[in-house]
Design a protein around this ligand. Structure first.
Ligand code: SAM
Length: 249
């Protein structure tokens, strides 16, 4: 589906601007990812643009994950994709608590002989905007991202402080008063991007767009993955006697 056609049907659906949608759509047409993952779909606007690009490419699939509560939205992702007639490109997953649990299950399913086999070419993290949740999401997503694949984080400059100023006490399930002053003041996604993604030895082509989108590409050749490691489980009593023997030496 052409961008213009998708935009005409998605213009009133939050949360992606036409400008950002164009960037996302053009990126997909040029990179041609086969398997895409979106963490945080809300009403399905960005999912709709991703599906439109896959349709234009004639191939590919999107898995999109959000919370169960997203089924209560007036405009659900199902309605949005239905309007575009692009439902077949998207697998919708709803989790009770977090996409991090979905990622845990995916890693489990992709693990063969103790090694996780990556299965996505593009992962878009656009959910909680929180250091604890999305910092973990990045490391989990990294296990599932194929070498040469792209990761995109939205809300690079977003701060809890700005949401509080607008009168919000909760943002994506996180209660603001439970956060420390410096966590409220600091853009959490920027911290994740600069301290975790940018410093990760396997990521290159780092780019921050419009103080909002942060891109990084996984090296095509990543250091060889270590083979499966054997975990030795010992009974506590056995472990205790080993420690005692070691201390006695
Ligand atoms: C900004 S919206 C996503 C917008 C969408 N990607 C778009 O551009 O149209 C953020 C979404 O992330 C979801 N979300 C936040 N934290 C989450 C978590 N820990 N697990 C799953 N979904 C989460 C929220 O329910 C919300 O629908």
């Amino acid at each position: 589906m052409k961008f213009k056609q998708a935009a005409a049907l998605l213009d009133n659906v939050p949360h992606i601007s036409r400008h950002s949608a164009r960037i996302l759509y053009d990126f997909l047409l040029s990179e041609k990812p086969t398997d895409c993952l979106e963490l945080g779909f809300a009403h399905g606007a960005s999912s709709g643009y991703i599906a439109a690009a896959l349709d234009e490419l004639g191939t590919g699939a999107l898995t999109s994950v959000d919370l169960e509560s997203s089924a209560e939205f007036e405009t659900t992702i199902e309605k949005t994709l239905d309007r575009l007639n692009l439902t077949s490109y998207v697998r919708i997953v709803r989790e009770v608590n977090s996409y991090n649990w979905f990622l845990k299950k995916q890693i489990e399913a992709q693990t063969q002989n103790g090694v996780c086999v990556p299965c996505y070419d593009f992962i878009f993290i656009d959910g909680a905007k929180n250091w604890t949740i999305d910092g973990l999401a990045f490391f989990l997503a990294d296990k599932l991202l194929r070498p040469g694949g792209w990761i995109l984080l939205d809300d690079y400059g977003w701060r809890y402080a700005d949401a509080i100023e607008r009168g919000k006490t909760r943002s994506d399930g996180v209660t603001n008063r439970d956060l420390s002053e410096d966590q409220i003041a600091e853009p959490n996604i920027a911290a994740i991007f600069n301290l975790l993604v940018a410093q990760h030895p396997c990521y290159t082509d780092l780019k921050v767009q419009d103080q909002s989108w942060a891109w990084a590409r996984k090296l095509a050749e990543t250091p060889a993955q270590a083979g499966a490691k054997t975990v030795r489980y010992e009974r506590k009593s056995l472990l205790r006697s080993r420690i005692q023997r070691w201390r006695a030496k």
